[in-house]
Write a protein that binds this ligand. Structure first.
Ligand code: GLA
Length: 421
């Protein structure tokens, strides 16, 4: 259903009306983006949340050219590209440990990326995908800083040169991290300046490049400067209850819900990359994927897709759930009912106050619970049809409310359509 390029590449025009993003043949419903009052960035990039794959959650620092080409091949042969996942992004540790070249330009690690980054970008482009890289606003990237290499991998003070280099290689997406902050710049104002410097340099490069801010917290200037910005610290492989340095999925959901109003076409809250397929139980993977879809979050996969199970593949290619994420109105869904561990989340589809809503009934608790959805709470008066987006089943027409059992750490995800207004 999704032709990835169309929904992610940003080909639809800016303005109040956007196409459907592709819910199949027939007439194309027009969707309303006029609710979004934030000024346009002057580009048409990521008018729906970006979808793709990133190396970090799968491989961390252990990346190389052969493995990345295999991932690229699989994105096509496993149907991920055609499901909408068009960005293939390298994370940290693609740069040479020993530093820049003689003219101060960034270079790829010559052992792990012997053909160079431009050749890899060409390979990825030839498959109909887009190519992303990672950089840092400080003097070094996080991994190079931690390993204490002389890489000079950070872009501080070299933004124009690095943006030019990225553009010359054919980079389409830059994730820009927040480590090894230059002396005297560890404050809010300098942080904003540093991110603006790279945003401006990317614009000056003349190549449309998605700018993904990774500074572990949402700040008011970010929607203007970035196409997406991390709303939280790093995701961990834990749905709830782990007391570790990383963020649990249920903590991320809460934090990402604090800045709902900041999201819209071309500017998205980023609750971090996916961990679906990395070891959580099936129900938690489904809950994680459903919540990211409902929150209009970027869906950047973080599993080794060369070895993914059929179950994982099934989650990642659920067209009905992806359609919720890629809804052209671009409204971030939010929590509308909070009954302790049982919650109702809603994302309006196609327009802010229309008849169609995506709903997630979320049970964060330790046992199965009955969750009731009152239509009043999602702006529907009277009757509505209800469809289960994981069972792919129409459940019938209901008046006033709908209720169902939801297992522990699980969701039921629905599309609810008002029958008359
Ligand atoms: C930070 C980011 C992660 C990842 C690593 C790489 O922790 O938040 O997403 O990019 O750096 O070192």
């Amino acid at each position: 259903m999704h032709s990835g390029g169309a929904s992610n590449g940003g080909t639809s025009g800016a303005g109040a009306i956007a196409g459907s993003g592709g819910s199949g043949g027939g007439s194309t419903p027009q969707c309303d983006t006029s609710w979004d009052s934030r000024p346009s960035k002057g580009d048409d990039l990521v008018l729906t949340p970006p979808m793709g794959w990133n190396s970090w959650n799968a491989f961390h620092e252990n990346i190389n050219e052969r493995q990345i080409r295999e991932v690229a091949d699989l994105m096509v042969s496993a149907g991920l590209r055609d499901a909408g996942y068009i960005y293939l992004n390298l994370d940290d540790k693609w740069m040479d440990d020993d530093g820049r070249d003689g003219s101060g330009r960034l270079v790829g690690d010559s052992e792990r990326f012997p053909s160079g980054m431009a050749a890899l970008a060409d390979y990825v482009h030839d498959l109909g995908l887009k190519f992303g890289l990672y950089g840092d606003r400080g003097t070094d990237t996080c991994a190079h800083y931690n390993a204490n290499t002389p890489s000079e991998s950070g872009s501080y003070g070299r933004e124009m040169l690095d943006a030019e280099t990225f553009a010359s290689w054919g980079v389409d997406y830059l994730k820009y991290d927040n480590c090894a902050i230059a002396p005297g710049r560890d404050n809010d104002q300098a942080q904003e300046e540093d991110y603006r410097a790279m945003a401006d340099a990317l614009k000056a490069s003349g190549r449309p490049i998605v700018f993904s801010i990774c500074a572990w917290d949402a700040k008011p200037w970010m929607p203007e400067v970035g196409h997406l910005w991390r709303s939280t610290f790093d995701i961990g492989l834990c749905f709830a209850g782990c007391d570790e340095w990383y963020r649990n999925i249920d903590e991320i959901i809460d934090e990402n819900d604090e800045t709902v109003d900041w999201a819209g076409p071309g500017h998205w809250n980023d609750p971090d990359m996916m961990v679906v397929g990395n070891g959580l139980p099936y129900n938690e993977d489904v809950a994680h994927f459903s919540m990211w879809a409902l929150m209009a979050a970027p869906i950047i996969l973080g599993n080794d897709i060369r070895t993914m199970s059929d179950e994982t593949h099934g989650i990642l290619t659920n067209e009905e759930v992806i359609a919720v994420n890629q809804d052209p109105a671009g409204v971030q869904g939010s929590r509308v009912v909070d009954n302790g561990d049982q919650e109702v989340w809603m994302k309006p589809l196609c327009t802010v106050d229309g008849p169609e809503k995506a709903v997630v009934l979320l049970n964060r608790g330790g046992g199965t619970a009955r969750i009731s959805l009152s239509f009043d709470d999602i702006g529907i008066a009277g009757g509505a049809t209800v469809r289960d987006l994981w069972a792919h089943e129409d459940l019938g027409e209901y008046t006033g409310s709908f209720e169902t059992d939801v297992a522990s750490h699980s969701v039921v995800m629905l599309k609810v359509v008002e029958t008359e207004r």
